[in-house]
Design a protein around this ligand. Structure first.
Ligand SMILES: [Zn+2]
Ligand SMILES: [Zn+2]
Ligand SMILES: [Zn+2]
Length: 554
């Protein structure tokens, strides 16, 4: 059966009768509905969810919204969204959360709330109520009006609940399922409903402060893709709406994000990528599906998953497996649940297990993430600039020539890590302090000027490296006349005399430029000294990594 589906999917590459996705819109303008298609009832999937929250609020007057746990396997996001409240559940459109909400609401209450908004059929069970299976339908005009009411009319039984739904819809448009919208100033929600055995229809709805609203439908497609398609419609019909710069840096006031975007292969920068579906079932990709075991090229603008995926760069030994989604806004970006991210960092940073450090390091990773994104299009990269992330592996042992899958974080460890992260502690970690830990301020020019003491390491023997002049010329874009380590203003720098004027590089940049040519280990840590030798320069220092924070050295 699996083989048959895979074969069908391969045949479906150019599905007869489906000549590319069709995008249609319905708009609620001051004069009424303007649309390219009839105002006939449609199934709208997760676009029903806000009204499930309304039914719950009616059944629980005055109660605060609950928190639930979304575990692996129960949600559209296979790894689960973890612990979450109503705002986050709305942002990421968590099925598990909304299903629990619907289960805690009398069926008559769900039926009544949805009928009041204009849904044509009474819900049969909680799954129908949250839009699974496409049992209910609504006219686009009624749906748009319902969303405008949602943004304007208080809920007497639970106004705080409505405000949380609205906060979730705002965030959905910025970082959640509707982020493809790419504009500020909208509440937005997406939905994905089955089209046929192999395809889905995507929907995205956006409302602004003026009560203007638009519904977009992409057939075939996903809700996320419909939101991307809606971005151009907003430019056309709402020319005043500010375009978001490609995912601007934002801080999370409430802690680390539920989904972590990771730039993959950050240091190596290959240009071609192949994705293989390692899971037992087809996963979404672009407008269609990638069958179990099937592979495709991940082109700029492409995406695949969520699922268990393997990404490789043809012609290179690079391989990474992740449980999550792969996108390619420019670089390849994996989008993985928070727990998957922490698990993949622990596997990368503690390859030998070091159970004694697991919880402390996991907590440091969460504190680090809570500081906000480090890249314009992603929270983190997979290099030590952010954290060494190996996803689900494979872990390569160069000495033994073996590959093993990365261990997945156990429930108990994850619980302990989340608890530890709420306590104060380091938000950085390093491979080895070299017996002389450094402060954040010394390495990055900002942050704590106290080094965190390491109780395990005394004075360590120094490392030395020799950099050849020809390699340095490639790393710095021209012949290097001189190099020096500086500590001006109490901040480490590598002063480089190349080109017209000398410049001083902080550790991260110096490391990246040098690693790009001379390899990963050419500048193991902020060096103590650099001296000219025949044919190049000799560098000396102690430890490994930036030497700030939790020391992971053996
Ligand atoms: Zn979920
Ligand atoms: Zn980074
Ligand atoms: Zn140490």
């Amino acid at each position: 059966m699996k083989a048959r589906i895979a074969a069908l999917l391969m045949l479906a590459g150019g599905l007869p009768g489906l000549a590319g996705p069709v995008f249609s819109t319905w708009r609620l303008e001051p004069g009424g509905l303007v649309s390219e298609r009839p105002d006939d009832p449609l199934p709208v999937g997760s676009l029903q969810k806000p009204f499930v929250a309304k039914a719950w609020a009616l059944a629980h007057p005055g109660e605060p919204s609950p928190r639930f746990h979304c575990g692996p396997g129960g949600c559209w996001f296979p790894a689960g969204h973890g612990d979450l409240g109503l705002v986050r559940a709305t942002t990421v459109s968590c099925n598990t959360y909304y299903l629990r909400l619907a289960e805690q609401t009398p069926l008559a209450g769900l039926a009544g709330a949805l009928a009041e908004e204009g849904f044509t059929s009474a819900p049969l069970d909680p799954g129908d109520a949250i839009g699974l299976g496409g049992a209910l339908a609504i006219r686009p005009s009624a749906l748009l009006a319902a969303y405008v009411r949602l943004t304007r009319t208080p809920w007497p039984a639970g106004e705080p609940v409505r405000r949380e739904v609205l906060a979730g819809l705002r965030e959905a448009a910025l970082t959640g399922t509707a982020r493809g919208l790419g504009h500020r100033g909208f509440w937005a929600k997406t939905g994905t409903v089955p089209l046929d055995a192999l395809h889905t229809t995507g929907l995205a709805l956006a409302v602004d402060d003026a009560g203007w609203a638009i519904l977009g439908r992409l057939e075939p497609g996903t809700g996320r893709e419909a939101a991307q398609a809606l971005a151009a419609a907003l430019d056309r019909y709402r020319p005043g709406a500010p375009r978001l710069a490609a995912a601007p840096p934002r801080a999370w006031p409430a802690g680390p994000p539920a989904l972590v975007r990771v730039r993959l292969f950050e240091l190596l920068g290959p240009r071609r990528f192949q994705v293989r579906n390692l899971g037992p079932d087809p996963v979404p990709c672009g407008g269609g599906f990638l069958g179990a075991g099937a592979a495709m090229e991940l082109r700029p603008g492409g995406r695949a998953g969520p699922g268990l995926l393997e990404v490789t760069a043809p012609g290179t030994p690079l391989v990474r497996r992740i449980q999550g989604e792969l996108t390619r806004p420019g670089e390849v970006v994996a989008m993985v649940p928070l727990r998957e991210y922490v698990s993949g960092v622990l596997a990368g940073e503690l390859p030998h297990g070091s159970p004694g450090l697991q919880v402390e390091l996991g907590a440091a990773v969460l504190r680090f993430l809570a500081r906000g994104p480090r890249h314009p299009d992603a929270e983190v990269c997979d290099s030590t600039h952010c954290a060494h992330f190996v996803g689900r592996g494979p872990l390569l042992d160069w000495k033994q020539g073996t590959q093993t899958p990365a261990p997945v974080l156990a429930d108990a460890a994850w619980t302990a890590i989340q608890a530890a992260a709420r306590q104060p502690g380091p938000e950085h970690w390093t491979a080895h302090c070299g017996g002389r830990p450094l402060s954040a301020r010394f390495v990055w020019g900002e942050g704590d000027d106290q080094a965190r003491p390491c109780l395990r390491h005394g004075p360590a023997p120094p490392w030395t490296r020799t950099w050849r002049a020809a390699d340095l010329a490639r790393a710095f874009g021209g012949p290097v006349r001189n190099l020096a380590v500086t500590t001006d203003g109490g901040v480490w720098g590598l002063r480089v005399w190349a080109g017209a004027a000398p410049r001083t590089l902080r550790f991260d940049l110096a490391h990246r430029l040098i690693a790009g040519v001379l390899g990963w280990d050419a500048l193991p840590s902020p060096a103590d000294s650099v001296t000219a030798v025949p044919g190049g320069f000799r560098v000396q220092g102690v430890g490994a990594g930036h030497r700030v924070g939790l020391c992971l050295g053996d």
